[in-house]
Design a protein around this ligand. Structure first.
Ligand code: PMP
Length: 454
């Protein structure tokens, strides 16, 4: 810590850094939190303050920080080679990781295509699905079905299949057109229905689009079980299976974006495993390296892979690749992460923590301004409302989610809301005591922000 001149860091941060998803006018007026190191699930700033990493450093961290298995894997790899390309040649960690990913993925997925971040892996999925149908002699299948409130990243293709107006509206003229099905948002059902008497009518909307337009549709893309950035919206059970059935019926590919839900976040390794659904294309990112390094993957069936095989001059090649695809250090970190899953029995131990969390969350329902509490495993959304009866949202100008985050920070918990939705997504490795602290601090922060009480 001594080697940092904190005042200089603060000054240079304001002077030179443009932070993502951040209104810099506001940011510039505050003293920044500068995270210097970490221990387990605690982030520690340059002044020695400790914070529980309540949203897993933007949904990426799995076992906590400084995990020996991941640290060692990275150190070992650095002494061999930092990077060599995957274009036409290969490296041991990329190969070993591909094999391990296929072992844990739903059966039927066979080929791993690496990229660097989630959005790139989504672009890959879209381009693969598009080109697959060209190779299959169905050149009209060029369109995509996606969901309202969906989020798949910030690149133009990923934004095109996104459904969050706040993030996406400004870029509309740049985007390709899609078919949008309603969100599976039970608390504010877009069809005005109630679960379970609705019989998951939102899934039928996907079916209706496919029935009418399947000849021009390449794929359906969605986030299975949880629309994360859309506000931690949890799908009713059965939704995913129904969509899979519609895709099969109408010969349309299913792309599941598990960038946020993957690697245990929902209680199983992948969210689609809750319903025994295998997508045609699975997109992974975020948690793959345990929250250490950028690495993502687009994983496909043999059938999709085979469609791209041909003689050189046929140019059936998938002409796409990122400079750091399959980076050996990133892949080594991911192997370390999978090792940690086994060594710490992460998924087995998670069951008890999820039960504890769900029990603790019950109490939030009684709060005056908590409209909905929803979770799938360790992905939690607490939706704050101005009026519980009418579900009237707080106006954006009140920044209610941020007020809660601010109070939580004062008590040593870092969380980041999505509008009026308070998000909790702790690392899976969090000890019960810290999980308890995270929940209690959040409860107090909500009460204080919405009712003015401590
Ligand atoms: N898909 C989903 C479901 C996501 O939640 C995100 C990021 N929050 C992305 C894609 C994009 O990933 P990245 O930020 O790594 O590009």
């Amino acid at each position: 810590m001594d080697k940092y001149d904190i005042k200089k860091l603060e000054q240079y941060d304001i002077e030179f850094v443009w932070h993502p998803f951040t209104q810099m006018k506001e940011y510039e007026s505050k003293k920044p939190i500068i995270i210097e190191r970490a221990e387990g699930v605690y982030l520690i700033d340059t002044e020695g303050r400790r914070y529980i990493d309540g949203v897993s450093s933007l949904w990426v961290n799995i076992h906590g920080h400084r995990v020996p298995e991941i640290d060692d894997a990275i150190k070992e790899q650095v002494q061999k080679v930092g990077h060599s390309t995957l274009l036409g040649i290969t490296n041991p960690p990329a190969v070993e990781l591909a094999k391990e990913l296929i072992d844990i993925c739903p059966s039927g997925l066979k080929k791993v295509f690496y990229s660097g971040d989630g959005a790139s892996a989504v672009e890959v999925a879209l381009k693969m699905a598009f080109q697959y149908w060209q190779h299959k002699g169905k050149p009209n299948k060029t369109k995509f079905v996606c969901l309202e409130n969906g989020y798949h990243g910030d690149t133009i293709g990923a934004v095109s299949v996104g459904g969050i107006d706040l993030f996406h509206a400004a870029f509309k003229p740049l985007l390709f057109k899609t078919y949008k099905a309603p969100s599976y948002y039970c608390y504010r059902c877009p069809l005005g229905k109630t679960y379970p008497s609705c019989n998951i009518a939102c899934s039928e909307e996907v079916g209706k689009i496919l029935e009418k337009h399947h000849e021009e549709i390449a794929a359906v893309i969605l986030e299975p079980y949880v629309q994360a950035a859309g506000g931690m919206i949890v799908s009713p059970p059965g939704y995913l299976r129904r969509v899979r059935e519609y895709c099969d019926k109408y010969n349309v590919l299913l792309i599941l974006d598990e960038v946020a839900t993957g690697f245990g976040r929902t209680g199983k390794m992948f969210a689609c495993q809750h319903e025994d659904v295998t997508p045609d294309i699975l997109v992974l990112g975020k948690g793959m390296t345990g929250g250490y390094l950028p690495l993502s993957a687009t994983i496909t069936t043999q059938d999709i892979y085979d469609a791209f095989l041909g003689d050189y001059e046929e140019f059936k090649t998938f002409f796409h690749g990122h400079s750091y695809a399959g980076n050996p250090i990133c892949c080594a970190a991911a192997l370390g992460n999978l090792k940690a899953f086994k060594r710490y029995k992460t998924l087995e131990k998670l069951k008890e923590k999820i039960e504890f969390l769900e029990q603790e969350l019950q109490e939030f329902r009684g709060l005056k301004h908590v409209g909905d509490v929803r979770n799938k495993g360790f992905m939690v959304g607490i939706e704050l409302v101005e009026d519980k009866e009418s579900k009237k949202p707080y106006p954006p100008g009140m920044k209610m989610g941020w007020r809660v985050a601010e109070f939580a920070m004062q008590e040593g918990v870092l969380i980041r809301p999505l509008g009026n939705v308070v998000v909790l997504m702790p690392p899976l490795g969090i000890p019960i005591e810290d999980l308890s602290k995270l929940v209690k601090v959040t409860y107090r922060a909500i009460k204080r922000a919405t009712e003015g009480e401590v």
